[in-house]
Design a protein around this ligand. Structure first.
Ligand code: FPP
Length: 247
């Protein structure tokens, strides 16, 4: 990859506003080195830094990372506690840098399932980074796209039952407004690492018209150059949103 990849991206002009990432391949990265799975997750933290700094360099406004899915609660307890420990470490170690970089962190998901310690750590990073204007970082933790939709429907049903909303007035905006990502633009680009062609219950509503870039790179090996390559790929796409480009 050439060093002027960043210049090519900048010259391409069409910068995605919102990039979402399914960070996959930590386990395979570790296994291929004879290491325990948590070593892959730990190495994955470096890639988080790379992706974030790459986004800032390019001028991406929102980065959403799938850090822990609802389904991940079914992993062995040791791996879960290693992942939670990493989140706590990330919140502690990166806080000051994130503030300096102008990153505002949001943590989205079923946060009541987190231990008090992890919740305190993620709330701490949220509070410390509030007001950051360069980049919004969404960490999706204990997140499931289907559960997010069920929760949104529940909220809307309550408004209907309370007489504040009539069913005829429910539209796309109503649903968007009931999601964790309310107020944010949908992702323009979804990057998935490790060569898997799946959405894995991630942002099911928001990804309706998102361009997808799959890379074989395992997440711990992901660098900002890989992010720039994804954006270059995105810049070649013809986004039609179901319409035609020629009359
Ligand atoms: C998927 O790889 C990755 C995860 C379940 C966790 C992602 C977490 C990190 C990158 C570390 C910390 C993140 C933050 C934001 C501080 P996998 O374990 O499913 O890999 P495999 O498919 O190769 O087994």
């Amino acid at each position: 990859m050439t060093p002027d990849f960043l210049n090519q991206v900048r010259a391409g002009g069409n910068i995605p506003k919102h990039v979402a990432v399914i960070m996959d391949g930590n386990g395979r990265w570790a296994r291929s080195r004879g290491l325990p799975r948590h070593a892959g997750h730990r190495e994955g933290m470096k890639a988080v830094r790379e992706a974030l700094e790459g986004c800032i360099q390019v001028g991406i406004e929102v980065l959403t990372l799938f850090a822990f899915s609802t389904e991940n609660w079914n992993r062995p307890p040791r791996e879960i506690s290693a992942l939670m420990g990493l989140l706590e470490l990330y919140a502690k170690k990166e806080k000051a840098d994130l503030v300096k970089q102008g990153v505002e962190v949001h943590v989205l998901g079923e946060l009541d399932r987190l231990s008090g310690r992890t919740r305190r750590a993620v709330n701490g990073i949220k509070e410390a980074t509030a007001g950051g204007e360069k980049l919004r970082l969404n960490l999706m933790i204990s997140y499931s796209g289907r559960k997010e939709l069920v929760e949104a429907v529940r909220r809307i049903a309550k408004d209907v039952a309370g007489g504040e909303l009539s069913p005829e007035n429910i539209d796309d905006e109503t649903l968007q407004g009931a999601l964790f990502t309310r107020g944010l633009p949908d992702p323009d680009l979804l990057v998935r690492t490790s060569g898997e062609f799946r959405i894995s219950n991630f942002m099911l509503w928001q990804l309706a018209y998102t361009e997808i870039h799959i890379t074989p790179v395992l997440w711990p090996d992901f660098t900002r150059q890989d992010l720039f390559a994804a954006v270059l790929d995105y810049q070649q796409r013809d986004r039609r949103f179901g319409r035609v480009t020629t009359p």
